[in-house]
Design a protein around this ligand. Structure first.
Ligand code: NAD
Length: 343
């Protein structure tokens, strides 16, 4: 292994795989395909040709666009039709090069085509490297909502090339750092100031351990939703002006304050939430112009909710855990006390 390259294994028995992280690792794609015994691939790429690695085998290159607008069943159908026209078989593979929207859609096409062909992800955004490309969730959106149609389909390998991050806009970098910051509270503290390869490797190792214990999201995988209940509400309430990771960052600060209000943590641990998020260079205050009632309305629709009250993943004496039945009045009081950006 080259210096500065980290390997993390997702331990899922025969569906287990390696996540390789570091500068230039995209160039290892031919070796990965050789190891998998793959002789033909469909490369679904949202990056320009100079950033799309040569797979070293016969390839159909399909140009894709990152973004939610193409995370649709229509695009999955289009991909599958192009795979069919190329004659892709189950002995071949799909390679996805792009942000989380591209790895999600190409991953679902790989899960469905011929009832499943191997997929190798080359995530190119920080968020896709630390989160979307690892763990096997694939999905597309419906007009009725995000990620409503999907499948669990673990990749055969993930190559997180940190060189991709050199062209990433600042806003997208912050989007990824929101997910890295919340790792501090769910089992990967102390990532601040580390080289980005190590930050990604630690975040991926944390996700890998959680996914290995709960692949299908019935228990421990909820932990990954730290900061997400308010985060998702902020995304919706602002029409996605607040990006996912930015919402998770503000939601993490809020989770510290809510845990404090519920007597689960002390004042210094609550303050640590603010400090860790701020130290990652992320927004910590609620955006202007978003009403607390509106946010609570969106939080009522959260998928973790069961019965009365709202559900959050919160820190506490036994570490982070899913806390259902949080009274709306408490949530409203903590929201009221949160600092706000000026409009
Ligand atoms: N499957 C999962 O477990 C999982 C987990 C988290 C998020 N997701 C999904 O991931 C998606 C978000 O991923 P995302 O933030 O990568 O969004 P994205 O794919 O839309 O990419 C974000 C932006 O970054 C740009 N970009 C990506 N790589 C770049 C690069 N190297 N250089 C310059 N620009 C680049 C894209 O063109 C796009 O404008 C959402 O749809 C979300 O639902 C999935």
């Amino acid at each position: 292994m080259d210096a500065g390259v980290r390997d993390v294994r997702v331990e899922l028995g025969e569906r287990g795989y390696r996540v390789r992280i570091g500068p230039g690792v995209r160039r290892g794609l031919p070796g990965v395909l050789a190891r998998l015994g793959v002789r033909r691939v469909a490369v679904v790429t949202a990056r320009p040709p100079e950033w799309t690695p040569d797979p070293g085998v016969e390839a159909l290159v399909i140009e894709a666009r990152d973004g939610e607008r193409d995370k649709t069943l229509a695009w999955v159908q289009e991909l599958c039709r192009r795979f069919a026209a190329f004659g892709l078989t189950r002995a071949d593979a799909v390679v996805a090069v792009g942000g989380g929207t591209t790895t999600d859609a190409a991953g679902l096409a790989a899960a469905l085509y011929h009832r499943g062909v191997p997929v190798v992800h080359l995530p190119t955004s920080l968020l896709a490297q630390v989160d979307a490309s690892v763990g096997g969730k694939t999905a597309v959106n419906l007009p009725e909502g995000k990620n409503l149609v999907g499948a669990y389909w673990q990749p055969a390998e993930v190559l997180c090339d940190t060189d991709y991050l050199t062209t990433l806009p600042d806003r997208e970098r912050a989007n990824g750092y929101g997910e890295i910051a919340r790792c501090h509270f769910i089992g990967a503290p102390g990532l601040l100031g580390l080289p980005v390869t190590d930050q990604i490797a630690a975040s991926v190792a944390l996700k890998a351990s959680i996914v290995a214990a709960d692949e299908r999201d019935t228990s421990r995988r909820h932990l990954l939703n730290y900061g997400h209940t308010l985060g998702h509400a902020l995304e919706h309430a602002t029409g996605h002006r607040v990006r996912h990771g930015e919402g998770v960052a503000i939601g993490t600060v809020f989770a510290g304050r809510l845990a404090r209000a519920l007597g689960r943590v002390g004042a210094s641990r609550a303050a640590e939430h603010h400090d860790v998020v701020a130290a990652h260079g992320l927004r910590t205050r609620l955006p202007a112009g978003v009403g607390d009632d509106e946010l609570i309305g969106y939080m009522r629709a959260d998928k973790k909710r069961q019965g009365d009250g709202l559900a959050f993943v919160l820190d506490g004496p036994a570490g982070a855990e899913l806390v259902p039945g949080v009274p709306e009045a408490t949530v409203a009081a903590v929201l009221r006390a949160m600092p706000r950006e000026e409009g």
